[in-house]
Ligand binder design. Structure first.
Ligand code: CMC
Length: 374
């Protein structure tokens, strides 16, 4: 065996894929060949999910049927609703989402079918039901009744409706829709890779997405958007940003919302989120969080030359929409369900077990010592 160690699998190519392309030097992101900037400007999240799954953009009738199918699937099975109502106090939404998504397999008689047309149906179920899980849990923990989904709303608008109990203003629904597009896929990131590893054993779609959610949860991955907002609240004011950041960096702390394994320039998704943070702040007549985030961005770049990533401005975008901080990563999961499920289907279409090796550095000649002599 060749004795090289690629720590964190940096720059290791593990498969061919025609789903997503990242140019880390130019800061370009493509889904199925379409630039994410164009998709953010022109498409809806449903259109992007369709594109990811089918490899081509839907015609109007296809998009209408697809959007309706998502709307019809948004209702939750009784066992999942009962679980959400009985979750112990203090459970985090990502733990709850991970568990509830795993539970969805129990009410699917085809859950153990792998690599056939039922995978598409499962992908649709997952895409449609994750927003309902997150919204229902948030209402139940706040002693409110879950709001039934409105099949006539798009996914983003429906999520905000189920969360807040009233239809959102069009601007917020649009911004969330674009946020979902921007987070829909990102090549072989850690959670997608986890999903593919699980799928590669010929386990089922629900197991693969459960693995992915558990992986996304970490603060080095999707959990960073929550950490950014907690940091802004801790700093408290724009004029305190510079000294707070300098102090944190002097203490070797990593600043959430910065750095990336692939991008060596600005993350193309960040541009849209920066503009949204400013837009919502302007609309609400308070640019405090936008300005603070901007100052954080400037200070980290001046001090370390490190670029922001997708998580920096998404924090203040969701916060200003009145969304609880611990729902930020679940929103990332809702969006990424489109990408995860696409990758599971691609993995199964060309499957080979994913099983790397370790370079063994432990002892080789230990002699057995009976228990009474240790
Ligand atoms: N703050 C301060 N220094 C940083 C940061 C940061 N956010 N990110 C990287 N660095 C420094 C790091 O200390 C190291 O410096 P040195 O070589 O002097 O030790 C150098 O940059 C390389 O960093 P690394 O940690 O070896 O890079 P990595 O590719 O292993 O990690 C990362 C990538 C995203 C985990 C890391 O940049 C990080 O921890 N960022 C903060 C968490 C975050 O924002 N995560 C979201 C990632 S993007 C979206 C997503 O996946 O969810």
């Amino acid at each position: 065996m060749e004795e090289t160690v690629g720590r964190g699998l940096e720059d290791v190519v593990v498969a061919e894929s025609d789903i997503c392309f990242i140019d880390g030097h130019e800061g370009r992101l493509l889904y199925r060949g379409y630039n994410v900037d164009d998709l953010a400007r022109e498409a809806t999240y449903e259109e992007v999910a369709y594109l990811l799954w089918h490899g081509h953009l839907p015609k109007s009738a296809e998009l209408k049927a697809f959007t309706e199918a998502i709307g019809k699937e948004a209702f939750l099975p009784p066992d999942v609703l009962a679980f959400l109502a009985g979750v112990p106090a203090g459970a985090t939404p990502m733990e709850v989402l991970r568990t509830a998504v795993s539970m969805l397999s129990l009410s699917d008689p085809t859950s153990e079918h792998v690599g056939d047309q039922t995978d598409r149906t499962k992908a649709l179920r997952l895409l449609a039901k994750t927003p309902s899980i997150v919204a229902a849990f948030d209402r139940l923990r706040n002693h409110q009744k879950p709001v039934m989904p409105r099949p006539d709303f798009g996914l983003a608008k429906n999520f905000l409706y189920m969360l807040h109990g009233e239809p959102p203003v069009d601007e917020d629904a649009h911004i969330l829709d674009v946020c979902l597009i921007l987070h829909a896929d990102h090549e072989f990131n850690a959670s997608t890779f986890a999903a593919r590893v699980t799928a590669g054993t010929l386990s089922d779609m629900y197991s693969a997405i459960t693995s992915a959610i558990g992986t996304l949860k970490g603060p080095l991955h999707g959990g960073a958007n929550e950490q950014v907002m907690r940091m802004l609240l801790e700093i408290g004011a724009e004029d305190k940003v510079e000294s707070w950041i300098k102090d944190a960096l002097a203490n070797k702390k990593k600043i959430s919302g910065f750095g990336h394994r692939v991008y060596r320039t600005e993350d193309p998704r960040a541009r849209h989120l920066r503009a949204f943070s400013e837009e919502i702040g302007t609309r609400r007549g308070d640019l405090k969080y936008f300005r603070m985030t901007q100052k954080v961005e400037q200070t980290v770049f001046a001090e370390k030359g490190i670029y922001l990533n997708v998580d920096l401005y998404s924090g203040s975008v969701y916060y200003q929409m009145g969304i609880a901080i611990d729902l930020f990563t679940p929103i990332f999961a809702i969006a990424r369900t489109a990408g995860w499920t696409t990758h599971v289907m691609e993995q199964l279409a060309h499957n080979r077990l994913i099983r790397p090796r370790a370079q063994y550095v432990g002892p080789e000649r230990e002699l057995w010592v009976p228990i009474e002599k240790r």
